[in-house]
Design a protein around this ligand. Sequence first.
Ligand SMILES: CC(C)(COP(=O)(O)OP(=O)(O)OC[C@H]1O[C@@H](n2cnc3c(N)ncnc32)[C@H](O)[C@@H]1OP(=O)(O)O)[C@@H](O)C(=O)NCCC(=O)NCCS
Length: 540
Amino acid sequence: MSYLRADKRGGGTKPSLFLKHRRSLFLSSPQTSVFLFSLVFSFRRRAKGGDLQQSVAFKNHAFSKCAMVFLRGVSALSRLRSRLNQQSSLCDSVRWLQTQSSSDLDLHSQLKELIPEQQERLKKLKSEHGKVQLGNITVDMVLGGMRGMTGLLWETSLLDPEEGIRFRGLSIPECQKLLPAAKPDGEPLPEGLLWLLLTGKVPSKAQVDALSQELRGRAVVPDYVFKAIDALPVSAHPMTQFGTGVMALQVQSEFQKAYEKGIPKSKYWEPTYEDALSLIARVPLVASYVYQRIYKDGKFIAVDNSLDYGGNFSQMLGFNCPQMQELMRLYITIHSDHEGGNVSAHTGHLVGSALSDPYLCFAAALNGLAGPLHGLANQEVLLWIKSVVDECGENISKEQLKDYVWKTLNGGKVVPGFGHGVLRKTDPRYTCQREFALKHLPEDPLFQLVSKLYEVVPPILTELGKVKNPWPNVDAHSGVLLNHFGLTEARYYTVLFGVSRSIGICSQLIWDRALGLPLERPKSVTTDWLENYCNKAKAT
Ligand SMILES: CC(C)(COP(=O)(O)OP(=O)(O)OC[C@H]1O[C@@H](n2cnc3c(N)ncnc32)[C@H](O)[C@@H]1OP(=O)(O)O)[C@@H](O)C(=O)NCCC(=O)NCCS
């Protein structure tokens, strides 16, 4: 498949074969020649009908690419590389076109093409640079939760302390601009992000629609999953019920079945892919069942075949308002992945390194997400904000708010929604939620309280002297948005985070198996060992 980039900078239209991310975009398929012919053919169709100017440029370029590739020899797996400089300033001037065949719309076929090239890259990196040092490990790092220790390969996203997350090289604002939406200028469709995380390419709307349809087709949950949840008391935490449902889903693991039959290592990624997509498709059903069971009348709302992943999840929870559906699309997109070292992502990856199937990995990840320093913080934030309102009212002054923050800190508690293990600036996931609030609910009193907290909390945390990042994180904002549209049950919020995380964790798991990443087994040491080591180091 290919993407054609029509860059309109400088008035000219310069299409180019595009492979996303800063890395090479490539055509490494045996169907390269077929693709090229279809490219030209499709262009000719365009030239007759659609955008003529674009088509002419497209045609010239397509022919030159044809010639180039043929000159290189269309032996078997010809490869075409081009580099894309992904500076955000370019986003406005980039327009995506594409040619399509049935395999263009099929995510599995796309991956099948990409995997051999990535395997080669990794092999080369290992053989040529395997001994290159990436830094020194200090005692502080060992005692400090491995902060700053580079030790994981995670392909789908990368977190910069100052700039925040990039999904396959794209920042959140770039994703909002480039990924297909359900409506003009709407929020990105999470299926588009899934495609991006898996392939490194920005999908077309047709590809996203095909993936939506595939996910809907996989969204079937056996009755025993609901029965397993029903065995728990209704008072059990929503994350406990959700995790139980995910564990019950594991019974259907294709990877486990294939492994029992003796599947070779080179094929591990295929049943992992099956499990991953099915899991992503099914978790909204399990999550919405938990919601209906705990907070509503327990009735199960079925998948709506006219809706996308985010819209569907919203309606299955009982929220049909278009704004809530847009919020859900944004929410799922921005919570999906945050590189590999955070507790849930790392847990999924670690468990997967033992060749546990995606259901087992994701259930384990959820247990990490359920901790208050990680995913549960979204619950904690709304409960904390509501406690502020209960004590001081909605029109609380900044002085009163300061007192309340100090009271929290002096009580030995953290201020939820502020701080981060890696970020050192305001989380862009916070910023985009703030923009959503400014657009859709500027008058909401709890949103206004969140805005006040942004002014009040960072100076106080800075004054404490030990907090490395006094700025708000993703969890500082999500609750007030959900609360505004009627999803008021804070204890449920981490389940939403969990549904979203399935996309990032499962995407990486597919690549873990495709790249043959090994069992994870870092070295641990005792305090005795550290003291002896340090004393010896001092003496020499
Ligand atoms: C996210 C978090 C766990 C990161 O922890 P970390 O990497 O250890 O953060 P730091 O290195 O800045 O922590 C240094 C100290 O500041 C404290 N600190 C950090 N953030 C704080 C906060 N929001 N409120 C109060 N104290 C905080 C830590 O508890 C630690 O105190 P200690 O030395 O007495 O144990 C931490 O900022 C936190 O607890 N935040 C609140 C919970 C939250 O919002 N979690 C969601 C994260 S997306």
